[in-house]
Write a protein that binds this ligand. Structure first.
Ligand code: NDP
Length: 281
């Protein structure tokens, strides 16, 4: 059985692992597919049972790869999918979800997110999400790349109070949301799902990160990940393409920081002192 793992509780009561597996750029090359499937399975085996995917990644190739990885073990996985804003009308949302479910080879998603804010009125997208909940095709829904004002708007549409999370860019290089979005979510009891916790790889070569990591007997990836996971109501999805890296990332959950270390990181990566518009990748 999988070792116990720190979890985050969503507004609907679901308990999800604080660290999950990203899939952006997976499934795109046949030469690496088997290793990527092995990486996802290794993650599930060690408790990283949350998988984040999207209809856009590889034009469906990432979803198909996830389908292979979860075949026969769907019930042990918390599956997160996303709808593109261009598909996010009430009816388009339902159709996009059905197409994703076919590629994933499953009958439901645990969480479905609006990938970013587009032109379709939010009330329509939320109506589509609620249709999907009623039909049993998704268990819950959320948003992604939403700043404070967008979240306020979600809360104002019918059903909007059922938003479960906001998936956003958050790591040592991108701390702007600590100023207002993080407190806003904390107050509302909506956990933030951090994406690109190692800044899409950019933090791995950072000399300051590498120095502190080696002083702690950790790798740069582990340090960057552990830092994002230091906050109780934040969970993260990291993408790694090999079993060894997934195992390494899993171990980041055991790393904690002293006050002095956190202060040093604040000096190297200063927190915001005023509003910074939410960044996205
Ligand atoms: P990450 O911050 O997760 O970084 C991924 C990169 O870091 C890859 O190049 C990976 O290499 C490398 N890496 C990961 N772990 C290690 C390690 N232990 N040692 C060395 N290198 C490592 O970036 P992502 O942008 O992929 O973000 C994570 C996930 O978040 C995405 O995959 C996606 O699911 C989601 N996302 C959502 C967005 C949204 O708009 N909602 C936007 C961006 C991401 P390799 O793959 O070669 O192992």
């Amino acid at each position: 059985s999988a070792p116990t793992i720190r979890t985050v509780t969503l507004p609907d009561g679901a308990s999800v692992p604080a660290l999950g597996l990203g899939t952006w750029y997976m499934g795109e090359q046949s030469a690496t597919r088997a290793t990527e499937v092995a990486a996802l399975r290794t993650g599930m085996d060690c408790g990283l049972t949350l998988i984040d995917t999207d209809e856009m990644y590889g034009d469906g190739a990432a979803e198909e790869l996830v389908g292979k990885a979860i075949a026969g073990r769907r019930d042990s996985v918390y599956l997160v999918g996303k709808v593109l804003p261009s598909h996010a009308t009430r009816r388009g949302t339902v159709e996009a979800c059905q197409a994703s479910l076919r590629r994933l080879g499953t009958d439901h998603l645990d969480m479905y997110l609006l990938h970013w804010r587009g032109r379709v009125p939010l009330a329509e997208t939320v109506a589509g999400f609620e249709d999907l909940v009623q039909a049993g095709l998704i268990r819950g829904w959320g948003v992604s790349n939403f700043d404070v004002r967008d979240l306020d708007e979600v809360a104002s549409v019918p059903g909007g109070e059922r938003v479960q999370t906001d998936q956003v860019l958050y790591n040592l290089n991108r701390r702007g949301l600590e100023y207002d979005l993080l407190p806003r979510c904390r107050q509302a009891g909506v956990p933030l799902m951090a994406y690109s916790p190692v800044d899409h790889g950019r933090l791995l070569g950072n000399p300051a990160v590498r120095d502190m990591a080696s002083a702690k007997g950790a790798t740069a990836a582990q340090l960057a990940l552990a830092w994002v996971l230091r906050l109780p109501q934040v969970f993260a999805v990291v993408k790694a393409s090999s079993p060894a890296r997934v195992t390494e990332n899993r171990a980041a959950m055991e790393i904690s920081f002293s006050t002095a270390e956190l202060e040093e990181l604040d000096r190297m990566f200063p927190p915001p002192s005023s509003k910074v518009p939410l960044e996205m990748l």
